[in-house]
Write a protein that binds this ligand. Structure first.
Ligand code: BES
Ligand code: MN
Ligand code: ZN
Length: 507
C-alpha cells in the first residue's frame, strides 16, 4: 500500500475520512470527549468505559459510527499512557499508538485516515520535529512486504492510503515542513526494508549495486562502483576472500553527498552488504541460515540514508561506502586457516569463514580512512549473533573508543527513536583477536566470550585515528517483536539514526 500524508487544520472528524484516530492519555476526563460525542451522536464516554479503555500505553478501541451522509466512519482511540515525572507524554508511546492504528486501518484496506494529533507541547517538543516523527512512523507502520504474493490484484496493489495529520492553526506551517521531512525519512526506511526483505535470489550483489546506482542518479549523488577485479587489484583481500565462493561479482559502492555549506565537515557511513550469508565452509546450521538474506541490511541502510540526505541537504558532507558480496561455499571458497591481506596491508587469519562481515568491513573502513579526510566514521552491520543476546531486539549495539562521537550517536538515537545501547570497549577485549600466525584473527578467543565486543576490536584495526562508532544491528534489523509499527521482517533499523546524526551534525 502506498502512502500519502498531508496536514490539515480542520477537526479530524469533519474531513470525511473513512477512519479517524484520537489519542488519549490515561486519566482522561469524559468532558474532553463531549464535542466528539455530540458530532457522532454517540456517548463516547460510555463507549470507552464499556470497552475498558483507560488510555494506557498500547490500548486501542474502535467503533464504527455514522459519518457524513450516513456513510460509516471508523473511530479509533489509542492510549498515550501517563505523563512522566517531567509532566510530559512519551513520544515513543505515541509512535506505537500510531503504529497500532495504521496497522489496523491498512489491514482493513481503508483508503483514508485522519489523525487528530495531540499537541506537540504536551510532549515538550517543537511542532516541526514532532510532525516529522509522526509522518515517519505512519510510513513505517504502513509497510508490508508482499511483492511476491500473486493473489493480490492490480487494483489492490495500486491502493493509496491518504493520511491527514490534523493540527492547530498556529502549528500549520511548521507541521507542513515536518511532514515533508518525515516523508523522506519514512520512505528511506521502507526502501531499506524492501531491499532487506527481498530474497537473495532476487537481490544478488550486482542488483544491490544497481539499486544504489539508480538511486544516486535520481538524487544527484556521485556514485562510484568497483568490480571484483578492481577490488582484487586494489588489494582488498578481505572482500575478495569472502567473495571467492560465489559466482557473483563482488561490488564496492561509494556514494557522495556534498553539502552547499562552505568548509563543511565530512563524515563516512560504512555498511556490510552480504546479500546472503551461508557461513561459507564453516557452514551455518539450517535454522540459523534461514533469515540470512538480511545480512546486507547495513549496506541498504547506508545507501538509503545517502539518498534521503540528498533530499534533506544537511550542512555536512557525507560519504557512504558499501562492501557487497555473498558468503557461499564451493571449490574456490575461502577456507579456515587461510590468511588474507587487507587494503591497509594488515593480515588476518581466517579461523571461521562465518565471521565474514568484519573481513569485508575491514577493507571498506581502511579504504574510507585512507582516501577521504573524514571527521568521523560510523559503520553499520548485522555483525554478530551474540549481539541479539547482549542487548535484545529493541536496541542496536554501539561500540566506540571515542566518547564524544559515541555521545553524539546516542543523542541521535534518543531523538530519532532508533535506539542504541553502548557496550564496553576496553583494551582487555583487544587481546581476543590476536593471532599467532597473522596480525589478527577473525574470531575472538573463547575465554573472552563477548563476541560483539571482540568483533568491534577487529574493526578497530582498520579505522586509524578517525573518530569511529560501530553499530551492530544484528539485534534490530529483522523480526523485532512487540513493536506495533514494525511487524514481521525487516525494520530498516539505523536509517532513522544515521539520518539524524547527519541532520544534527554540528561544527
Ligand atoms: N551475519 C552473521 C551475524 C548474524 C546472526 C546476523 C544472526 C543476524 C542474525 C555473521 O556473519 C556471523 O555469522 N557471525 C558469527 C561470528 C562467529 C563465527 C564469530 C556469529 O555471530 O555466529
Ligand atoms: Mn557470517
Ligand atoms: Zn554475516
Amino acid at each position: 500500500m502506498k502512502i500519502e500524508t498531508k496536514i490539515s487544520i480542520k477537526n479530524a472528524f469533519d474531513l470525511g475520512s473513512k477512519s479517524v484516530a484520537f489519542f488519549i492519555a490515561e486519566k482522561f476526563q469524559e468532558k474532553d470527549l463531549a464535542a466528539l460525542s455530540k458530532a457522532t451522536g454517540v456517548d463516547l464516554g460510555q463507549f470507552l468505559k464499556d470497552s475498558k479503555f483507560t488510555g494506557a500505553q498500547g490500548s486501542v478501541a474502535h467503533l464504527p459510527v455514522f459519518g457524513k451522509g450516513k456513510t460509516i466512519t471508523y473511530l479509533y482511540f489509542a492510549g498515550l499512557g501517563l505523563q512522566g515525572a517531567d509532566k510530559k507524554l512519551s513520544l515513543e508511546t505515541l509512535r506505537r499508538s500510531i503504529g497500532s492504528v495504521v496497522k489496523a486501518v491498512t489491514a482493513k484496506g481503508f483508503e483514508s485516515l485522519a489523525l487528530e494529533l495531540p499537541e506537540a507541547k504536551s510532549f515538550g517538543l517543537d511542532v516541526d520535529y514532532f510532525t516529522a516523527q509522526v509522518t515517519t512512523i505512519v510510513h513505517i507502520a504502513s509497510y508490508k512486504f508482499d511483492t511476491y504474493i500473486t493473489t493480490i490484484d492490480k487494483k489492490d496493489r495500486a491502493k493509496v492510503l491518504e493520511v491527514t495529520l490534523c493540527v492547530g492553526a498556529s502549528e500549520q506551517k511548521s507541521a507542513k515542513s515536518g511532514n515533508e521531512i518525515g516523508s523522506v525519512i519514512g520512505q528511506a526506511v521502507n526502501r531499506t526494508r524492501d531491499w532487506v526483505d527481498t530474497p537473495a535470489n532476487h537481490l544478488h550483489p550486482t542488483a544491490l549495486a544497481e539499486h544504489a546506482k539508480k538511486l544516486a542518479k535520481e538524487k544527484g549523488l556521485k556514485c562510484t562502483i568497483f568490480s571484483e577485479e578492481e577490488i582484487k587489484k586494489m588489494g582488498m583481500g578481505g572482500l575478495a576472500g569472502v567473495s571467492a565462493g560465489s559466482v557473483q561479482d563482488a561490488k564496492f559502492v561509494i556514494l557522495e553527498y556534498k553539502s552547499k555549506k562552505a568548509k563543511a565537515q565530512t563524515i563516512g557511513f560504512v555498511g556490510k552488504g552480504i546479500t546472503f550469508d551461508s557461513g561459507g565452509l564453516s557452514i551455518k546450521p539450517a535454522n540459523s541460515m534461514e533469515e540470512m538474506k538480511e545480512d546486507m541490511a547495513g549496506a541498504a541502510s547506508v545507501i538509503n540514508t545517502l539518498a534521503a540526505l540528498a533530499d534533506l541537504q544537511p550542512d555536512v558532507n557525507v560519504i557512504g561506502f558499501a562492501a557487497i558480496t555473498e558468503n557461499l561455499l564451493g571449490g574456490a571458497a575461502q577456507k579456515p586457516g587461510d590468511i588474507v591481506t587487507f587494503y591497509n596491508g594488515k593480515t588476518a587469519e581466517i579461523r571461521n569463514t562465518d565471521a565474514e562481515g568484519r573481513l569485508v568491513l575491514a577493507d571498506a573502513l581502511s579504504y574510507a580512512v585512507k582516501n577521504y579526510k573524514l571527521d568521523a566514521i560510523i559503520d553499520v552491520a548485522t555483525l554478530t549473533g551474540a549481539c541479539i543476546y547482549a542487548v535484545g531486539p529493541f536496541f542496536s549495539a554501539l561500540l566506540s573508543d571515542n566518547d564524544e562521537l559515541a555521545c553524539k550517536v546516542q543523542q541521535a538515537a534518543q531523538h530519532s527513536g532508533d535506539y542504541v545501547w553502548r557496550l564496553p570497549f576496553t583494551l582487555d577485549f583487544k587481546e581476543a583477536v590476536k593471532s599467532s600466525v597473522a596480525d589478527i584473527q577473525n574470531v575472538g578467543n573463547p575465554a573472552i566470550a563477548a563476541g560483539t565486543i571482540t568483533a568491534a576490536w577487529f574493526l578497530r584495526h582498520f579505522t586509524d585515528e578517525v573518530p569511529w562508532v560501530h553499530l551492530d544491528i544484528a539485534s534490530t534489523a529483522y523480526n523485532v517483536p512487540n513493536i506495533s509499527y514494525y511487524g514481521k521482517g525487516a525494520t530498516g533499523s539505523s536509517v532513522r539514526l544515521l539520518i539524524d546524526v547527519a541532520m544534527n551534525w554540528k561544527k
